[in-house]
Design a protein around this ligand. Structure first.
Ligand code: CUK
Ligand code: CUA
Length: 765
């Protein structure tokens, strides 16, 4: 075999394609043998068959999990439970370059509080954007409990676009929950605090500490929250907890529950009993009901004043306008979940064994009749529990959250203390089934289970403790997400998935085909602002310029397998801003950029332009390279930043290669290239003799291969020009570059050929 054919076949082997899978007859065993060997039962096999996804297979649902203390969002498939992505939100994340490139640093900077960088978040509740109560697959919102903030993730590229800081709260929990047309995203506070940033002694808790619920206005056209049009309800200093938005008949209203309506302020060190005792004395707490639709009208009519630059509705105004009511709810409640048809609201109390079902019809009647049992200390009317309750059902000890099934009236409630899921009927008020899980369950998620049309099918139980379920990995355990089949009358446990990244709280799951993510950006794209980057650079237009402020701007590009420029020269003390545009059009051809000693690390997806700005304050040599294994010559995708001492004068400008090339070397390389071209031609022949145009994946590969072949042609011309001048050094090197482009073409061609073979393409000629 000559050199080129050997290289191509090495390439083929390396890619693991084209040669046919080697058979391994001796290791084959029957199903019975495997079952015996691994101690599996028929039930295990059935569970495996329900979750196993063969190679190349896709999932029916995508689950978006909060990442807890990681400040991220975790995306996994259901039913395979394979993790697909971590979306960086409140925390820098190097793989995605998040918090390392200037563009994403600007997003994180939006989340600064009083000028402080906050580089983590405690994410709890993701929520999809909705149209008429159905998930529309366009955006995901997620809250940060620790530093009251809300983030917007665009599902077009699964990137975080915006972070807003709540101007009033110092802690939150009841977000993100969206109204049925994503008019607003709810965010409710948790631990009461003064709205001002001043010191206020705890002795003034009742008078000066406050809770709140903010309705963030969502601008659907821009895909961003609009703080200018958002408003907040002032609430009593009860510890507000979860929220949910009304729908159908309860459209226009929001529900937020609370614990510690005792308004206990703790103080072990002052000889007082701890918070946990003082916050659990009363048998009931308060469900808050807020009318956001009417509030929005008041805001639009200019009847709401601003405080700290944002609209704030004081309690007395809310009461006067009929926007705010309270209803007693069971001891230390946690979840509040509105039914898909909007007629009922289910609340569970952590220290009770009942789930309480409220009737919206009854609540509405009480409001209309002004039938209140009294007022709370802040003058808010209280609707008597008996006037609002539909039924209460004994579901188990420590019920937390509820999800809805596709079947009418059927719900699933997580039972924390009993480590159980209870399936029950909230219309009839009876328990249908119970399943023990391992161990303490927090939230649970049914497929599209909080939309107006839940799908049922699967339920995932989000367990707080994994204890003995997995191989031990030290004192800090992963969390355990358990997949449950809910298609039949009895729930069936299918699978345990360890989740080792923070403590997920809530998860939302969407039908996968509702998502239409892009495979590349428009050329020269700033993905964080979703607009063309001013630093977009085209092939051949790379340049280095010093601006009027003395900042050295490097306009560069990346494409298999080189970074342009390959040499960047600056002077000690210069501020350097490197802008890189990925010129690739091909799917999945991401390049990375890592630079020694400057904490620079970029991810540059096809089409994207990203920037890194730093001060080159030390003279020296700083290698940089691509961090993604993007092609056979990936390791050669490298360069040098040379930071010259002030006043440095070069002794010579001549570059000396380690190897000298002759005419014979040139001819040898050309021969290799011509042989390689023959291989490419045969692959092209195979592709064009088949109906490849019927396969969009192959059409994309062919386009990319055509690009690469075009580059090969340019390099070929350069080598021939130098050869004609007798400069065999440059002629040989350019012939080598010609060959590099051919190798990339062949790689793509072979990928296309394999795809056609595996997908039963037909011959057309
Ligand atoms: S919470 Cu953690 S189990 Cu933040 Cu919704 Cu209930
Ligand atoms: Cu680009 Cu490796």
């Amino acid at each position: 075999m000559n050199k080129s054919l050997k290289s191509i076949s090495a390439l083929v082997m390396g890619l693991g394609i084209g040669m046919g899978a080697a058979s391994n007859a001796s290791a084959q065993s029957s199903l019975e043998e495997v079952m015996k060997e691994r101690g599996l039962t028929q039930k295990d096999l059935l569970a495996a068959a329900k979750t196993y996804t063969p190679t190349g297979g896709r999932d029916e649902y995508l689950a978006f999990s909060s990442g807890g203390q990681s400040g991220q969002v975790i995306v996994y498939g259901v039913p395979s439970m394979r993790i697909l992505k971590y979306i960086a939100v409140f925390t820098p994340e190097p793989w995605q370059g998040y918090g390392f490139d200037d563009e994403s640093k600007a997003v994180l900077a939006q989340g600064r509080i009083n000028g402080e960088d906050i580089t983590y978040g405690d994410t709890h509740h993701p929520a999809f954007s909705e149209t008429e109560g159905e998930y529309n697959g366009r955006y995901l919102f997620i809250n940060d409990k620790a530093n009251p903030r809300m983030a917007v993730i665009d599902l077009h590229d699964f990137e975080t676009k915006q972070i807003v800081v709540n101007p009033f709260m110092k802690s939150e929990h009841g977000g993100a929950f969206v109204t049925p047309n994503t008019e607003y995203v709810m965010e409710a506070s948790q631990y009461a605090a003064p709205f001002s940033d001043d010191f206020v002694p705890l002795e003034e808790f009742n008078e000066k500490y406050r809770g709140a619920v903010t309705y963030w206005k969502f601008d659907d056209k821009k895909g961003r929250l609009d703080p200018e049009k958002s408003f907040t309800f002032e609430l009593p200093p009860y510890s507000q907890d979860l929220s949910d938005a009304g729908k159908g008949p309860s459209m226009g209203w929001g529900f937020t529950n609370s614990f510690c309506s005792e308004r206990y302020v703790g103080g072990i060190e002052r000889g007082r009993p701890p918070f946990e005792a003082g916050c659990s004395q009363k048998d009931t707490d308060f469900l808050h009901i807020t009318n956001w639709k009417k509030a929005a009208e008041l805001v639009a009519a200019g009847k709401v004043k601003k405080s700290k630059g944002a609209y704030m509705i004081p309690m007395d105004q809310a009461v006067k306008e009929g926007l705010l009511y309270l209803i007693p709810e069971p001891k230390s409640p946690h979840g509040v979940d509105v039914s898909p048809d909007g007629t009922h609201i289910i609340v569970s109390g952590k220290l009770d064994s009942h789930a309480w079902v409220y009737s919206w019809e009854k609540i509405q009647k009480a409001i209309k009749d002004k039938n209140f049992e009294g007022k709370d200390p802040y003058g808010i009317p209280i609707i008597a529990m008996k006037d609002a309750l539909h039924t209460q059902v004994q579901v188990g000890l420590g019920p937390l959250h509820t999800q809805y099934d596709a079947k009418k009236c059927v719900v699933y409630t997580s039972i924390y203390v009993d480590s159980m899921v209870t399936k029950w009927d909230y219309c009839e008020g009876k328990v249908l089934d119970q399943l023990h899980i391992h161990y303490n369950i927090g939230h649970l998620v049914a497929m599209e289970g909080d939309s107006v049309s839940p799908d049922g099918k699967y339920l995932v139980s989000l367990n707080k403790l994994a204890i003995d379920r997995f191989n031990p990995v030290g004192p800090l355990h992963p969390q355990n997400h358990q997949l449950i089949d809910i298609s039949g009358d009895k729930m069936q446990l299918l699978y345990d998935m360890p989740l080792p990244l923070g403590e997920p709280h809530y998860v939302v799951a969407i039908k996968a085909d509702k998502l239409k993510p892009a495979v590349r950006y428009k050329s020269g794209w700033n993905s964080r602002t979703d607009s063309k980057s001013p630093y977009k650079t085209r092939a051949g237009r790379e340049k280095v310029v010093k601006d009027e402020n003395g900042v050295v701007h490097v306009y560069g590009t990346v494409i298999r397998s080189h970074i342009t420029p390959e040499i960047i020269e600056v002077e000690e003390g210069d501020t350097v801003s490197i802008h890189l545009t990925n010129l690739e059009r091909a799917e999945d051809e991401t390049h990375g950029f890592a630079l020694y000693n400057e904490n620079v690390n970029l991810s540059i997806e096809p089409g994207k332009t990203v920037s890194a700005t730093f001060k080159a304050d030390k003279a020296g040599v700083f290698p940089y390279y691509c961090t993604e294994f993007c092609s056979a010559l990936h390791l050669e995708m490298q360069g040098y930043l040379l930071v010259k001492p002030k006043g440095y004068v070069a002794k010579t400008t001549q570059m000396v290669e380690g190897t000298k090339y002759t005419e014979a070397d040139y001819k040898k390389q050309v021969k290799t290239n011509l042989d390689t071209q023959a291989v490419i031609d045969s692959v092209v022949g195979f592709i064009t003799s088949h109906n490849y145009k019927d396969f969009p994946e192959v059409v994309a590969l062919v386009e990319d291969a055509t690009d690469q072949l075009g580059f090969a042609e340019e390099a070929k011309k350069k080598s021939e020009t130098f050869a004609a001048k007798g400069d065999f050094q440059n002629a040989t090197l350019w012939a080598g570059q010609w060959w590099q482009y051919q190798v990339k073409t062949a790689d793509l061609g072979l990928r296309a050929k394999t795809f056609l073979e595996e997908h039963g393409a037909k011959k057309v000629k």
